[in-house]
Structure formats: structure tokens, C-alpha cells
Design a protein. Structure first.
Length: 1144
């Protein structure tokens, strides 16, 4: 087809599209002119219709002089303004004529809003004019406001709510007092009944009561009477073999009672349900068939009071299914070959399969579920062949690419001679596996690659090279053939129309085939299926393999002319060409074309042309594609014509909402296009996503009224329908941890507690071994922590999050160790942007986490910008009155001799990039963070010494990097490194105690007490001015890191072992960081993952090297410190740590 003819045809299509658009623009949707086909309700009054068009509807084909919406006693049509908006949504206006299509469309629009159960148009003659007066009469839907569920004991409320579809905001048509007549309530009861009966509560009853709050709002009460459960009091199981073998003959396998009990999976005290009985019967049938039994008869009875569960399995004949294996077929002196036999001679009498190295009997249980007999119950030769295929596939998935599977199928006659006893063995099926070693992919090669990089092609396929820290590395034949299909599609979509895989032979087998290729020094196997080919190469001296995918890219299609564009009006041609991004000489394929069309569609859709259509036609002088289909271009050059049918532009009309009993309408509509703005599907989807992300709705749905109509209406109205989730909670928590700070090193639990533990331990030893000795235990003091938190995730109906946590902690010696309340208000969409604004009020007494007791009263606020999905930037400021006191001293709030409160202001900027897969238990990924903080405070030491106030200024910074690796064999390697420092206008002034860098303890340097690591010079000696680790410990600079190995021991129970290496150093100035400044420790630990997510850990750490001094005696002169006997306190060398969450 010539380019002129193609262009003429395209111009004809464009002309038709233009005429259609013109007619659509002149004919409002749903309005019918007369006497022609009625489509235009706004046309002048027509002549009376002929008899054939007569109708009983008084509203049709008559001028409408007045339109009104009948008032409602509640809901969306109660106010006059809302009624006018509903009429506008329906497209009903006075001075028009309405036809059947227009009437049906208007009714459908009103029904689609979800507000109305029934819509009726009533028309009456208007005596003041020639026409009718139309009144819209509706019956309102009723909506559930609240659902109250009570009486549940067997299930938690959250489990029941998953089965409840009567949720706040859902429509429920029921008359209070007539709940038994509601189909929706009946379905709800059926759903809950199935849930309970599955757990053995067959007598469960539900009483659903509906209360009317107002004419359209209902409250639902679901009362549950669970009744009694049917529990097993005795379990009787037996396997009866009805046929016995003759002496010396093989028999069928006997299944023990213990094995049957394990399969039944129901113990004494367990719940019996009808579903359980069906599952038991099915499980036993499948198991007995899988081990070779033909038609096992399973009888399961639950009877008597108390309940006895009887399970009886009767069997007659069976097939003996055996699996044999050997690591290799080669025997001493054989050449190292990767497979004994390369063919697949299933169905033939095999004689050579038993040659070579001998086989050993393998455990059948390892392969039982891989074989097909359990599901089919058929043991003929065809089914046995399928079993061999399953075994071969399973071995390939385990890395045994060259594994060979042979099978023998021998049937035994029912009786050798007439009148002889029937043998219970019907036949034997033997599988012989030759593994030939596990083969991992060392490399993937693409002979013939020219146009794309190797990395680009590796992204296309799922098969990958073996990586010790990742998955994969095996050749799965089926998977590679699927990869070849993806690779061919990748090339052809990019214009390589003659792309093909290269084979050493000419055949194109319909089933996968493998053949050996001779090559010096290499063993090569070629796999082929249809037109797909790949090779596996292996050097004779290596065990690894190389995957080779040979292909020929062939020529590439390119555009011979600039694309011809027809029909665009709203989008300028120059901009359209830029979006299409295809020019003369460019490579051309469906990939490039579809990307350009997506950009054009997005442009039109964002501007309200949601029904715009793009039609492409391709031609070529070499080989014209069939029907002008651009996907069928098979030539070096091509011509492209793009026809644009823009159609009518739509804007957003009226916006309604329902289901929001607490939510303010402004929250629902703030991200939607405003009325009069272009209708954009992308903006509506994004608005819906933002509403869901608030976390206060169980369901968000935005109805688009008129979007599916053709031609598109001028206005598309929106209805935001939400189901509000429970938003108010009270969380209670309790826990304990060891108190490790140096100030409490001599604090111990009361002797009575140690005595009770010792006596209990001794009693246990005496009962088990008969020997026991009581030792006096000196237990470290522990912190008992209790927390109550009120949470409102939908504060004021605006999606704000209010949290009021109250925390109290005490030890066996101190009644108030920890007391804090921090009311926090979080505004997630501040000023309708993505910024989160946070306010905090702080009141805290802390005698646990720092070397000095701290009391603080303050306020804080911050702004957080999400730079990307995983990256954020925060700017905040915290102002507080703060007091530090020595442990055991008088509380600051009580006055007296206690230190005074001093002001402290801390503005900060924080950046974080978190790419980890789990914030609590990361297994892969990394996280980076950096913070810059300015600190303004009154110098505490200056006030104490001279009674004069001096201002300290600090600029503090820190950066950290952490991550996790998860090798494919199970363990997790976690790592962490941090560097921090500060500068001050006051020279070498130490940072305030609450901002000072410290090391030691559960979350710093394990094996040391909390905050007890000192500042050491280049000789490893503690700085001589540190006479109190509480007052002068810590530093202005820090460099520390950790490496941790976490090994799953009982993964299902969440039990992990851990080993770690920690190291770090502190200094007053950066130049004071020396090699001898660093302290190191290592240790072991146990982790228990609650719910598989929240780690509770118990660690033991031991410091490396000799014990160092952590504070000097104050009565020794500065120059004499460092000599023997001048140290007031040493490191303790090892510590136990018990805590929640990982240290980093």
C-alpha cells in the first residue's frame, strides 16, 4: 500500500471522527430529538409521537417546564442546595424534552450515587404552560453507623471482624424489629456460623439487633452465644490389612497407630467438626494412596458421650513403590561424565539402566509427595512415567541438572495358579535416581549480543548466576525456556523482527529435547523446544556450569519518514511529536510506540479528554504488515500514521460523599480535582490512595458518575464512599530489663528475691537428680516498666493522630525510676501537602537511661517532608527546662538542695533513607541517617561555681549507616557504623549530659555497663581529669560500629541465636581519637521474635583486653593519676543484657 493511499485512508478516518465529535458536541447525552431517534432532551418541543412510540410515561417527549427534587427528611436531599446539585448531576433542567434514553441515564446516575434505594420520576401537567412539571421522588438507602459485637470467647474480635461485611458506611436495607427478613443479615449470620463451626462450635447462635439512629442511619448489635464444643475424650485408630502375603513373599507396608494419629492431627481434648472429619478422611486416603495402596477404605466416626473418635483404615492390595539413588553412575576408572544416560527411554524395556555404580535404597518419605499417586490413586504405567517426570523436575530445581531418572513398572498377577491365595502386592514401581552432582551456574553467556548490554538482558530473564549471599544459581529447564520466550519478546518489541535462537541442528521439537555436542575440553548439552534453544557448558575439570543462550539479533526496523499525525487539536503537533518521541531514522518497535502513546494518553487524560482514542497504522514498501498492524512489521523500514480522536473534554461536576460519620468532608475532597477542573483519572486514583494511607478507613471508593457514558458528558460527578475504621484505642504494655548504668553497679535485688530463686532452683534439682545445694544469689536490680497509651488516629475527624503515652517504671529498690507523659499530636497532611507536622508536650523523670538522673519539662515541634517513598527530611525544635541530679539525690521538682532547672533549646535537621525490608527485623537492605543539631543552654557548671549565668553554644552532628544481608542458607548478617562530633564556641566544653555521646550497654557497646566507656589517650590511659564518670564521662566525638550474625534455630518458634562484635571510641576532640582509644567486645545471645517480628534479646558480652579505669580518685593529684592505686573504678569486663528490639 502506497503512503498516499494510506494517508488518504487515515484522513477519511479522521474526518469521520471529527464529524462524530461534532455531532456529539451538539447533542447532549441522553436527550433525544423528535421525530427522529430521540437523543436530545434539550431540543424544541416535537410533534406528538406516532402511535408506535406511544408510552405510559407522562414525562417522555413533552416539554419540561419545571424540575424539582422532592424534599427528604434526612440525608443528601434534605437541604435545597443539595437537591439542586443532585438535579445537576442527573442532567435534569427545565425547558428541555426527555426521551427514554435520557430518562434511563438520569435514573442510572442517581442510583449510582448509592444514596437511593429507588428513584421515580413523576410528571404532572403544568397549567401555567404547555408542558409537564417533573418531580424526582426517591427512597433513601440506610447506612450502618456502628457495629457492636459481644459474647465472643473462642475468637478474638479482630478475627470476627474479618468475616463481618456489615461495616460502618455499608448499605443495609432492614426495618428495625424485622431483622429476620433481611437477606444481608442472613448472609452475615451464615458467614459467621461457618467460621464458628469450623472450630467445632456447632451450637453457636447469633442474635442481630438493628436500631435506628435517624431515618437513614442504623446501629447493628451482634450478640453471640457460642454454646458448647464437641471435644475428643478418646481417640481409637487402626489399620487393617485384609490380605496377608504367603510365607516368604513381600507384603504391603503396615502403617503404625502413631503414624495414623499424626496424620489425623487431632488429639484428646481437640475439637471435632464436620469439616475436620472430611479433612481426616481426605488426608488418610491421599496418604495411603501415596504409599501404594489401591482404593483404601477410610471410616471416621465421632460418637458417644464422652465423645470417642474412631478412625479405621481398611486396605487390600497395594503397589510397592521404591526409590533408589546413587550419587553418580561412574565407577572406578570411568571417565567423569555428567550423566550416565542422556536419553529419556520411558516406556521401553531397560537393560543398561542398572549398569555402572550400584544404587542404594532411599527414604521413600522424601519423595512421596513429589509422586502423583496420592492425588490420582492410579498406578498404571502412564502414571508411573509422570512420576519419573516429576522426580526429574524436582531434582533439577535442587540443582541436579544432569540427574537421570529411570523407572521399571512390573505387574504381579492376582494369583499364580488357580485357587491360590490372592497376593496383596499388585505390582512394583521402582525409580532409580542418578544425581550426578549439584550444578550451579557460574556464568550466563549471550553469544550474538550486540545492541544491549549483558546487564540489560540479565534483567529480562529470571535465571541468575549463583551468589553465596543470594538465591538462585540452578538451571531449571522449564524456567529457562520461559526466559527464552521473554528474551525473544524483548527483542521483537524493540524492532528486531527477525530475531531467532541458533541451534546446531535443524529440528524444532514439540517437546523439550536434550542432546550432547562434542567439544574438546568441554561437555555441552543443547536443549531445544520449538524455536527456543539454549546450551549448558561444563569444563571436564569443573563442577560448575555455564548457561549459554545463542541467538542472532537480525536487522532492526527503523522509521523511514517522520510520523504523520492527524486529528489533534487541543495538543499542539510539536508537543505531541515530543511526547511520541519517534523520528525519522529511529529504531521502531511496539515498545517504543507504546511508551510514546502512554505519554500522549496521559497528557489527554490529565486535561479531561478521558475518552480520547489513538489509532496507529503502519506501512512498509518492503513487506506491508497485515491490516496495517504495527505489531506485524517485518521489514527494515516502516512508516507510522497516528490518528487522534480527542472527543469531548469533561470537567469535574458535583462532588458528594457518604459513610463519613466522623470524618469531615474537607478531608475527603481535598485531593480531588475541584468542580470545573479537568476530569483526571490519575488525580482521582492518587486521591483515593492518599485517603487509604491515612489509616482511618477500611474501604475507600470513588464513584465516577457518567464516566462510562458515550459520548462523554461535559461534567462527571464524583461520590466518595468510605467505611470508617475503629480509630480509638487504649494500649497496655509491661516489660522488664536489667539496670546497667555505672551509678547502680552496686544495686542488687533484695536478698529475699535471691533466696526465693535459689530455693526454687535447689528444689528443682532435688526432684530431678536427688542432689541439691543452696547458694546465696546476688541478683542485679531490674526495672519493671508499665505503659498505658491512648491513641486516636482520627482526632477531630481530620485524620490527625493523637497519642498520650504514660510510662511508669520502678525497681526493687526505688519506687519511681521512670515516669513520663508525652502527649503527641501528628498532622499528616499539613496544609493539604505531604508535610507532617508534629507537636509534643514532654514531662519526664528518668533514673535509668543516663548516668545522671534527669527531669525535663518541655515542648517540641517538627516538620517532616517525604522526599521519596523511603527518604525523608525533618526540621524540628525542642525547648525544655531540664535538671540533672546525682543518682539518689533529691528530686529537682521538690526544690531544697536539688539543682535548679535550666533552659535548653535544640533546633535540628534530620535526613533518613531507609531501604530495609522490615523496620523491626530487617533481613535485607540498608538505612542511612544524618542529623545536624544546634544546642543552646545555660552552663550548669558556671552557675554552680560562680552563680553567674553563661550561655553554651554547640553544633552537633552525626551520621550512621546500617544494613542487613541474608544468605540463602538462612542466617542474617547485620552491620552498623556511626560517626558523630560537635563544635563549641567555648572550646573544649563538654556537651550537655543528655546530648553527650556515650558508649557501653545494651544499645551501645555490649559487655560494658551503660555509658561507662571512657575517653582514652594514645596509650590507652583514661583522660586524667575524669574523676566522675557520671559528671565528666562521655565525649564530644564518637566512632563506633557493630557486626552481628543472627542464626535461626527454631524458625517456626521464632528462636534465633546471635553472635556479635562491637567496637568504638570516645574523645573530647577529633584529634584525640587514637587506635588505643577504641574498646572492643564480643559475645553471644538468644533472640525470641514475638510474632516473627518483634525481637526480645538476651545477650552476654565480654570486653577485649585488660580492664581499664573509668574514673580516677578525686583525692589524687592530677599529675599522679595513672599510677597503681589511683583508679577509683574499673570496667567490669563482662555483662548480661536483656532488652527489647535490636541494638541498631
Amino acid at each position: 500500500m502506497s503512503r498516499s493511499l494510506l494517508t488518504a485512508r487515515a484522513l477519511g478516518l479522521a474526518l469521520l471522527a471529527t464529524l462524530a465529535s461534532s455531532v456529539a458536541a451538539q447533542t447532549p447525552p441522553g436527550l433525544e430529538p423528535l421525530p427522529a431517534e430521540p437523543t436530545d432532551p434539550y431540543a424544541p418541543a416535537p410533534e406528538p409521537p406516532p402511535v408506535a412510540q406511544a408510552t405510559d410515561d407522562d414525562c417522555l417527549f413533552k416539554p419540561i417546564t419545571r424540575v424539582a427534587f422532592a424534599p427528604c427528611e434526612a440525608g443528601v436531599c434534605k437541604e435545597a442546595g443539595d437537591r439542586e446539585r443532585l438535579l445537576d448531576l442527573a442532567g435534569l433542567q427545565a425547558g428541555r424534552v426527555m426521551g427514554p434514553d435520557g430518562r434511563d441515564r438520569a435514573m442510572a446516575r442517581l442510583a449510582q450515587t448509592g444514596f437511593f434505594n429507588e428513584v421515580v420520576f413523576r410528571c404532572e401537567p403544568d397549567p401555567a404552560a404547555e408542558g409537564v412539571s417533573l418531580t424526582v421522588v426517591v427512597r433513601l438507602n440506610r447506612f450502618v453507623r456502628k457495629v457492636h459485637i459481644h459474647g465472643n470467647k473462642a475468637f478474638r474480635l479482630e478475627e470476627i471482624k474479618k468475616r463481618v461485611f456489615l461495616r460502618p458506611g455499608s448499605i443495609l436495607e432492614v426495618v428495625p424489629g424485622q431483622e429476620d427478613q433481611s437477606e444481608a443479615i442472613a448472609r452475615q449470620i451464615d458467614s459467621l456460623t461457618r467460621l464458628y463451626r469450623r472450630e467445632g462450635l456447632e451450637q453457636v447462635r447469633f442474635d442481630v439487633t438493628v436500631t435506628a439512629v435517624d431515618p437513614i442511619t442504623l446501629d447493628v448489635d451482634i450478640a453471640i452465644d457460642e454454646g458448647a464444643r464437641s471435644r475428643v475424650r478418646e481417640l481409637v485408630v487402626e489399620h487393617q490389612q485384609l490380605l496377608t502375603p504367603a510365607p516368604g513373599e513381600p507384603g504391603c507396608p503396615q502403617v503404625s497407630r502413631a503414624r495414623i494419629r499424626k496424620l489425623v492431627a487431632l488429639r484428646v481434648g481437640g475439637v471435632v467438626t464436620s469439616r475436620n472429619l472430611r479433612n481426616i478422611r481426605r488426608t488418610l486416603e491421599t496418604f495411603f494412596q501415596s504409599i501404594g495402596y489401591m482404593r483404601p477404605q477410610v471410616e471416621v466416626r465421632a460418637e458417644g458421650d464422652p465423645l470417642t473418635l474412631t478412625v479405621l483404615v481398611r486396605t487390600e492390595r497395594c503397589w510397592l513403590i521404591r526409590v533408589w539413588r546413587r550419587p553418580t553412575a561412574a565407577v572406578a576408572g570411568d571417565e567423569a561424565l555428567p550423566a550416565f544416560r542422556l536419553g529419556d527411554p520411558y516406556g521401553l524395556e531397560e537393560t543398561s539402566s542398572f549398569e555402572g555404580a550400584p544404587y542404594e535404597r532411599a527414604s521413600f518419605s522424601e519423595w512421596r509427595q513429589t509422586l502423583p499417586f496420592g492425588e490420582s490413586g492410579v498406578f498404571d504405567r502412564d502414571e508411573a512415567v509422570r512420576g519419573a517426570e516429576n522426580l526429574r523436575y524436582a531434582l533439577q530445581q535442587q540443582g541436579y541438572l544432569f540427574a537421570d531418572v529411570s523407572m521399571t513398572h512390573v505387574e504381579v498377577p492376582r494369583a499364580d495358579v488357580a485357587g491360590a491365595a490372592v497376593s496383596p502386592v499388585a505390582g512394583t514401581i521402582d525409580y532409580r535416581l542418578t544425581l550426578e552432582g549439584e550444578r550451579r551456574i557460574q556464568g550466563i553467556l549471550f553469544p550474538g549480543r550486540r545492541s544491549f548490554s549483558e546487564d540489560e538482558l540479565l534483567e529480562v530473564i529470571s535465571t541468575n548466576v549463583y551468589d553465596t549471599l543470594g538465591d538462585g544459581g540452578f538451571v531449571g529447564v522449564d524456567a529457562v525456556f520461559a526466559d527464552l520466550k521473554s528474551l525473544a519478546q524483548f527483542y521483537r518489541e524493540r524492532g528486531f523482527y527477525a530475531f531467532r535462537f541458533l541451534s546446531s541442528g535443524e529440528e524444532r521439537p514439540r517437546v523439550p529435547r536434550r542432546r550432547k555436542i562434542e567439544s574438546k575440553g568441554w561437555l555441552i548439552w543443547e536443549y531445544s523446544l520449538d524455536d527456543r534453544v539454549f546450551r549448558v557448558r561444563k569444563r571436564k575439570s569443573e563442577t560448575v556450569v555455564y548457561l549459554e543462550i545463542p541467538f542472532e539479533e537480525g536487522p532492526r526496523t527503523r522509521l523511514s519518514e517522520e510520523p504523520t499525525i492527524i486529528g489533534n487539536k487541543a495538543l499542539p503537533t510539536a508537543e505531541l511529536e515530543k511526547l511520541l518521541s519517534l523520528h525519522k531514522g529511529d529504531a521502531f518497535g511496539t515498545y517504543q510506540l507504546e511508551n510514546g502513546l502512554k505519554r500522549i494518553r496521559r497528557w489527554y487524560e490529565q486535561r479531561g479528554y478521558h475518552q480520547a482514542e489513538l489509532t496507529t497504522t503502519c506501512d512498509s514498501e518492503e513487506a506491508p504488515p497485515v491490516g496495517g498492524d504495527c505489531a506485524q512489521v517485518h521489514s527494515r523500514t516502516a512508516e507510522l500514521i497516528l490518528v487522534v480522536e480527542e472527543r469531548r473534554r469533561s470537567v469535574v461536576g458535583q462532588i458528594f460523599w457518604r459513610g463519613n460519620f466522623k470524618t469531615r468532608p474537607s478531608v475527603l475532597v481535598r485531593d480531588l480535582p475541584k468542580p470545573g477542573e479537568p476530569y483526571s483519572q490519575a488525580r482521582i486514583v492518587e486521591a483515593s490512595k492518599r485517603l487509604r494511607n491515612l489509616g482511618v478507613f477500611t474501604s475507600v471508593k470513588i464513584e465516577r458518575i457518567g464516566a462510562q457514558e458515550t459520548p462523554a458528558p461535559e461534567q462527571i460527578s464524583l461520590v466518595v464512599a468510605v467505611e470508617e475504621a475503629e480509630s480509638r484505642f487504649v494500649d497496655l504494655a509491661a516489660g522488664f530489663r536489667t539496670i546497667d548504668r555505672e551509678a547502680d553497679r552496686n544495686s542488687r535485688a533484695p536478698p529475699i528475691i535471691g533466696s526465693l530463686v535459689a530455693q526454687g532452683t535447689a528444689g528443682g534439682d532435688r526432684s530431678t537428680s536427688g542432689l541439691a545445694r543452696v547458694f546465696a544469689l546476688a541478683l542485679p536490680d531490674i526495672l519493671l516498666n508499665f505503659e498505658a497509651e491512648y491513641i486516636d488516629r482520627h482526632f477531630l475527624g481530620l485524620g490527625y493522630r493523637l497519642r498520650v503515652p504514660l510510662q511508669y517504671g520502678f525497681s526493687t529498690k526505688v519506687p519511681v525510676r521512670l515516669l513520663s507523659i508525652v502527649p503527641t499530636l501528628e498532622i499528616p497532611r499539613f496544609l493539604d501537602s505531604d508535610i507532617t507536622l508534629t507537636f509534643e508536650l514532654l514531662a519526664e523523670l528518668n533514673r535509668v537511661d543516663e548516668q545522671l538522673d534527669r527531669e525535663e519539662l518541655g515542648v517540641a515541634t517538627s516538620l517532616t517532608w517525604p522526599l521519596t517513598q523511603r527518604m525523608s527530611l525533618s526540621v524540628g525544635v525542642k525547648a525544655s527546662m531540664i535538671c540533672f541530679a546525682n543518682p539518689g539525690g533529691e528530686a529537682c521538682l521538690r526544690g531544697g538542695d536539688a539543682p535548679p532547672f535550666q533552659p535548653q533549646v535544640r533546633p535540628s535537621v534530620r535526613w533518613r533513607w531507609d531501604n530495609q525490608d522490615n523496620p523491626l527485623h530487617p533481613t535485607r537492605g540498608f538505612a542511612m541517617a544524618a542529623e545536624l543539631r544546634y544546642i543552646l543552654e545555660i552552663d550548669r557548671q558556671g552557675v554552680a561555681e560562680s552563680r553567674t549565668a553563661r550561655v553554651n553554644n554547640f553544633v552537633k552532628w552525626q551520621a550512621q549507616f546500617e544494613g542487613a544481608l541474608s544468605p540463602r542458607f538462612g542466617p542474617i548478617i547485620a552491620y552498623f557504623i556511626r560517626y558523630g562530633g560537635s563544635t563549641s564556641a567555648g572550646g573544649d566544653t563538654l556537651l550537655p549530659p543528655n546530648e553527650r555521646f556515650t558508649l557501653g550497654g545494651s544499645n551501645g557497646l555490649r559487655g560494658f555497663a551503660d555509658h561507662s566507656v571512657g575517653r582514652y589517650d594514645k596509650h590507652g590511659v583514661l583522660e586524667r581529669d575524669i574523676t566522675s564518670v557520671r559528671e565528666l564521662g562521655g565525649g564530644n566525638f564518637v566512632l563506633n560500629g557493630s557486626l552481628e550474625l543472627r542464626i535461626p534455630v527454631l524458625r517456626g518458634a521464632g528462636i534465633w541465636l546471635g553472635s556479635f562484635l562491637d567496637g568504638g571510641a570516645l574523645a573530647l576532640r577529633h584529634k584525640d581519637l587514637h587506635a588505643q582509644s577504641f574498646r572492643f567486645s564480643a559475645g553471644l545471645g538468644v533472640r525470641w521474635l514475638i510474632g516473627g517480628q518483634i525481637p526480645v534479646r538476651f545477650d552476654w558480652g565480654k570486653a577485649f583486653g585488660r580492664r581499664r579505669c573509668i574514673e580516677w580518685r578525686s583525692d589524687v593529684a592530677l599529675v599522679d593519676r595513672g599510677d597503681e592505686g589511683t583508679c577509683a573504678s574499673y570496667e567490669r569486663g563482662q555483662r548480661f543484657h536483656f532488652d527489647l528490639l535490636y541494638p541498631f
